[in-house]
Design a protein around this ligand. Structure first.
Ligand code: C2E
Ligand code: CA
Ligand code: CA
Length: 511
């Protein structure tokens, strides 16, 4: 971590990034050879995170954190790598680093939550069961989805604690529902393959269920094929013991993994959950429709119950009904809900599909103070996070697409999940009317618009002079739009957001 006095490092007399890079390369080079110690030949790998300080305000903690982030990132890329912090670190890497550091606190400080998603009879809309899905209410990043932290929890072993916490909470809630005379539906809980490594995994589950005086028949254990792939013998005997208590086993994400049908033989699976990726493309995509039809026949022949996941629209529901698939879940019926909201559905015992597909709930601002210009094409911009709770941070840029902009705020699309949080100040840089536009603001609403695609509403945080500048530029844009000459004068892109972000990922992977 070099420290600068003037333009030259106080410690080593180096001044340019290239000079540091050459030292980093030399150090990595030293470790490409094997080391001889006595009669042994040792291979040692090295990863290096480098943070260069060149400003005048020094926050030593932040400085060390940057080096650690760069190190984390270097390790992620493979052995014998070095990474410089700053220009290259993306918001996503920064977030992942913070999540990894804070995960232990999530369990200790009561930041985990359970959301419940109804599983319904597709013909009668009767509530059959509910899936318990974990969330992390992070103090800075808001509600964090399990997709962003389950793999971290698995790597660090914390999945055991969070899994135990979740089962205990589910049992506590279920006991309360029974005490309140609510319908005794089944509850589905996701288990990771790592949890099966626990010695007394089965006894712990049984003890928790007993502690709340519950009949184990209420529980469905959702596992993926990786459970059986990773620890075959123990997993199979554990699953058989759990089934002997009356717990049912569901094979989740069916069709996405290795899909060796022999699993269905070695284990007597009770339920197959047909992955949302197949449902997404029915009935219009022939391959998905053929796979769905084949799985329906397979399940029927093996006498396994089938559940369709991720039902989002009426075409999908109609097709599933035609195939006589009786159980399913998805945004068309309900998104995963916090406990209090789910209990309202449980009281009714029914969950009907929505008449209009308004699955995305958007806390949009009712009235805007300023006008908005909706661009005909999407405007490419770079965003960075300037501050989190008054703490200045230095992360690199990430590409986003701006839909519309006004003097009060803008709306953009990103493949990064950001929280609705006034304390996180974002900066947007783009080009309009051949000028660089730099605006700051915070997210006030969000909507999931596709797999890993989020739309955000931003309110600007700027003074009146800056606002006047923006108004001037936007007025120019409006005049140009009327004359249809805008597109030469801004960073507009013509492809769809999904394609844009896919090409970004591909570009990153090949670089
Ligand atoms: P999963 O088990 O396949 O859970 C279903 C996921 O699909 C959930 O995402 C749910 O919110 C989402 N979903 C439901 N309906 C729809 C729909 O109509 N359209 C779309 N696009 N998505 C829908 P979530 O809650 O983010 O969970 C993601 C994954 O994280 C889960 O996938 C599961 O594998 C894992 N997970 C969640 N909770 C736990 C947990 O407590 N323990 C473990 N080990 N894994 C968990
Ligand atoms: Ca699941
Ligand atoms: Ca699933």
């Amino acid at each position: 971590m070099p420290l600068f006095r003037g333009s030259v490092c106080y410690y080593c007399g180096l001044s340019t990034a290239a000079e540091y890079e050459s030292i980093a390369k030399d150090i990595v080079g030293l470790f490409t050879q094997t080391f001889k110690v006595d009669k042994y030949e040792l291979n040692v790998d090295i990863s290096m995170g480098i943070s260069i300080y060149s400003g005048d305000e020094l926050d030593p903690e932040l400085f060390i954190k940057y080096a650690e982030i760069a190190l984390f990132w270097a390790k992620k890329e493979g052995k014998n790598r070095y990474k410089f912090y700053s220009s290259d670190v993306s918001i996503q890497n920064y977030k992942q680093f913070e999540l990894r550091n804070d995960l232990q606190k999530a369990v200790d400080n009561d930041q985990l939550r359970i959301y419940y998603q109804p599983l319904v009879n597709l013909k009668t809309n009767e509530l059959l069961a509910v899936e318990a899905l974990i969330r992390w209410e992070h103090p800075d990043w808001g509600i964090v989805s399990p997709n962003e932290f389950i793999s971290l929890a698995e790597e660090t072993g914390l999945i055991i604690n969070s899994g135990n916490w979740l089962l205990r909470e589910v049992c506590r809630n279920y006991r309360q529902w029974l005490n309140d005379g609510l319908p005794n539906i089944k509850v589905s809980v996701n288990f990771s393959s790592i949890q099966f490594l626990e010695n007394n995994f089965v006894d712990n589950i049984k003890n928790t269920i007993d502690e709340f005086k519950l009949d184990p028949h209420f529980l469905i254990m959702e596992i993926t094929e990786s459970v059986i792939m990773n620890n075959t013998d123990k997993a199979i005997s554990d699953i058989k013991r759990l089934q002997s208590f009356g717990i049912q086993v569901a094979l989740d994400d069916f069709g996405t993994g290795y899909s060796s049908l022999s699993y269905l033989n070695s284990l007597s699976i009770d339920i197959l959950k047909l992955d949302e990726s197949f449902i997404k493309n029915i009935p219009f995509d022939d391959t998905s429709s053929a796979i769905v039809r084949a799985v329906v026949n397979l399940a029927k022949d093996l006498k396994i119950k089938l559940v369709a996941e991720g039902i989002e629209n009426w075409e999908q529901l109609t097709y599933l009904n035609e195939l006589n698939i009786n159980a399913g879940q998805g945004y068309l019926f309900s998104k995963p809900l916090p406990l209090e909201d789910f209990v309202k559905i449980l009281v009714k015992g029914k969950c009907k599909p929505r008449l209009v597909n308004n699955a995305a709930v958007m806390p949009r601002k009712n009235k805007r103070k300023f006008f908005r210009i909706k661009f005909i094409q999407q405007l490419e911009a770079d965003i960075t996070i300037l501050k989190i709770r008054d703490k200045k941070i230095n992360v690199g840029n990430t590409k986003v697409l701006i839909n519309n902009m006004g003097p009060g705020g803008l709306c953009f699309i990103s493949n990064i999940k950001l929280p609705v949080e006034k304390e996180i100040i974002l900066q947007f840089i783009t080009r309009l009317m051949e000028e660089e536009i730099k605006v700051c603001g915070y997210v006030v609403w969000t909507e999931e618009i596709g797999h890993n695609l989020h739309k955000y509403g931003v309110e600007f945080a700027m003074d009146e002079n800056e606002r006047e500048d923006i108004i001037r530029t936007l007025n120019q844009v409006q005049i140009n739009m009327r004359n249809r000459i805008l597109f030469a004068k801004g960073s507009f892109v013509s492809c769809s957001p999904a394609r844009f972000f896919k090409s970004l990922i591909n570009r990153k992977a090949s670089s």
